[in-house]
Design a protein around this ligand. Structure first.
Ligand SMILES: Cc1ncc(COP(=O)(O)O)c(C=O)c1O
Length: 370
């Protein structure tokens, strides 16, 4: 065998068959593992508190699903989508016809944006809220109407309601809200949704709802055909990199959204779908993450308060706090300690956000600020 051919065989990992499938690192190409894989998120030297990922995930069942099924990645396996949709529907007490899968909830937000923009008009969104995805709405010509939060950083549902007019194609509610971590009461949301004209889409983003004890609004889809719920496996399920999310809505709405997606339900890889199926079975993992997050969050909030930082009560895996009374250079301290945080969301009041990582990471974060 020539040296080139040996190298080529090594690089495409033909050693896999004899090694077995239990240890991914053992058959990753040495070139890839040394130069690329080692610095993609689980590097002990860098503390990533930036994007509200789950520091404990994926769940052990999801990891096993990935590894056990690598060898079927050569097939399209469209049936896996049907299986996942049926499991998601059961979990949320809706029907399979009420579910649309996307590559992360980002794809779901994007197809909703495309559908909402078929006619010209405006959209209503809280400020600050999760708005990276709204670039599609802007590009497609919908006018943005940003509604400030209340003074306690909650979504101002009344002002949002008042902002809706005959040209409003979409109103977006992030519950709990990113970046503030605040939650709207369920009965207030139900009243709000009921008040919205049926010609306006109501998009409720429940990316972080599993960090709360509040029930999803998905049981309202039968009575509110304009309601779309966006959900994701990226947060408490720990599958951010696997890119898998979904919409729950009335079946007509799901068909409308599906028509905006070129490969309906199949932009997600088979492995990610199988990992999501496994994740849905791992209630213990979800419960453990909920508890660990709460403990680390409570600790961080109490320590931030000792450092004169005003904190907003969080219902999520991140904390919104003010640096107005923090006299040191926060961003420099993060940089010096290899900690990745975020920016100011509101310059006025110097409000920023930090993701809740593992307890030892949060201790290092606080130590860096002290
Ligand atoms: C509120 C909210 N919605 C949606 C997303 C997108 O998540 P993904 O595309 O990974 O499902 C995020 C990501 O941070 C988020 O914070």
């Amino acid at each position: 065998m020539t040296a080139n051919r040996r190298l080529w065989l090594k690089q495409i990992g033909l050693g896999i068959a004899s090694i077995g499938l239990t240890n991914i690192k053992s058959y990753a190409s040495p070139i890839l593992s040394e130069n690329i894989f080692d610095n993609l998120g689980n590097d002990d030297k860098i503390i990533i508190l930036r994007s509200n990922e789950n520091p404990y995930g994926p769940s052990p069942l999801a990891r096993k699903a990935f590894v056990d099924n690598i060898n079927i990645s050569n097939r399209y396996n469209w049936d896996v989508a049907t299986h996942l949709i049926s499991d998601i529907a059961a979990k949320n007490s809706v029907k399979a016809e009420n579910i649309l899968l996307g590559a992360g909830s980002t794809e779901i937000l994007d197809v909703v944006a495309k559908f909402a923009s078929l006619d010209k008009g405006n959209y209503v969104i809280a400020d600050p809220s999760y708005d990276y995805w709204t670039v599609t709405l802007d590009d497609l010509g919908l006018k943005k109407n940003k509604i400030p939060l209340t003074s306690d950083k909650k979504i101002n549902l009344q002002a949002m309601q008042e902002a809706i007019n005959k040209d409003t194609k979409l109103v977006y509610i992030c519950n709990p809200n990113n970046p503030t971590g605040t939650i709207s009461e369920r009965n207030e949301l139900v009243n709000f949704i009921t008040s919205v004209p049926s010609t306006t889409l109501v998009l409720v983003d429940e990316a972080y709802l599993e960090f709360t004890k509040q029930q999803s609004l998905c049981n309202l889809i039968g009575t509110h055909p304009n309601l779309i719920i966006a959900k994701t496996f990226s947060k408490i399920y720990g599958l951010a990199g696997a890119r898998i999310g979904y919409a729950i809505a009335n079946s007509t709405m799901i068909n409308n959204l599906a028509s905006m997606q070129s490969n309906t339900n199949n932009s997600v890889s088979v492995l990610s779908k199988l990992a999501a199926i496994a994740s849905l079975k791992d209630d213990k993992f979800v419960y453990d993450c909920y508890t660990l997050n709460k403990t680390a969050r409570d600790f961080t909030i109490s320590e931030l308060k000792k450092l004169n930082c005003q904190c907003i009560d969080s219902n999520t895996n991140f904390i919104y706090f003010s640096l107005a009374n923090f006299k040191k250079d926060y961003f420099k301290l993060l940089e010096n300690n290899n900690i990745q945080g975020t920016r100011f969301y509101e310059e006025n009041g110097k409000w920023t956000r930090i993701t809740v990582g593992k307890m030892d990471e949060m201790k290092k974060f606080i130590k860096a600020l002290q």
